[in-house]
Design a protein around this ligand. Structure first.
Ligand code: FMN
Length: 184
């Protein structure tokens, strides 16, 4: 059987993003069990339906193809002002449109780290609602990492062992969920 392909989307463009750091740690933890590709959203333009009708821009085609190829998505849910970052919502908007919206039926998991006390719980709730509307298939649990500034180093690498173990437990559950629902 071919290796499980997980596309990881960081919700932040910040170089030392904690959410990117979580996804990098997931890539390490899952090594040998799943191929985790981290797809940076830096080049994705702001959504414009006129542009879509004229033809998807190249970076958006790459994103949509990467989602379509993946068995599942893992999202690093950067929280801004009690909601998902604009970067992430914008990418979802591009991936939600026809033809063959690649998010449809795609299993997804949500992890998130924030400097505040709630570990992106509000962003994750909103993302769950958005992704269910576009017919994604959500793993019911989320990983919420609060007080992130103390848990990552200056490069955004996860250094806290307890958080790494919590992430590892989350990923075990996510993989079991993917086995149950099949790939998207
Ligand atoms: C515009 C803005 C809004 C923010 N709003 C929230 C928030 O609602 N909840 C929260 O926990 N942290 C909030 N933060 C702090 C973020 O958790 C912190 O900047 C975090 O590093 C962002 O994720 P990243 O590391 O992936 O870039 C906000 C930060 C910015 C810049």
């Amino acid at each position: 059987m071919s290796e499980l392909r997980i596309l990881a989307l960081p919700g932040s463009l910040r170089r030392a993003s904690f959410n990117r750091g979580l996804l990098l740690a997931a890539q390490e933890i899952l090594s040998g069990r799943a191929a985790v590709e981290i797809f940076s959203l830096d080049d994705i333009p702001l959504y414009n339906d006129d542009v879509r009708l004229a033809g998807y821009p190249e970076p958006v085609i790459l994103l949509r193809d990467a989602i379509a190829r993946a068995d599942a998505l893992l999202i690093g849910a950067t929280e801004y002002n009690f909601g998902p970052s604009g970067v992430l919502k914008n990418a979802i908007d591009w991936a939600s449109r026809p033809p063959d919206p690649p998010l449809q039926g795609k299993p997804f998991g949500l992890v998130g780290a924030s400097t505040g006390g709630f570990g992106t719980v509000r962003a994750q709730l909103a993302l769950r609602q958005i992704l269910l509307f576009v017919q994604g298939l959500g793993y019911p649990s989320g990983l919420h990492v609060s007080g992130a500034a103390k848990l990552f180093d200056e490069q955004g690498r996860l250094t806290d062992e307890t958080t790494r173990q919590n992430l590892s437990n989350y990923l075990d559950g996510f993989l079991a969920f993917l086995e149950r629902v099949g790939s998207g």
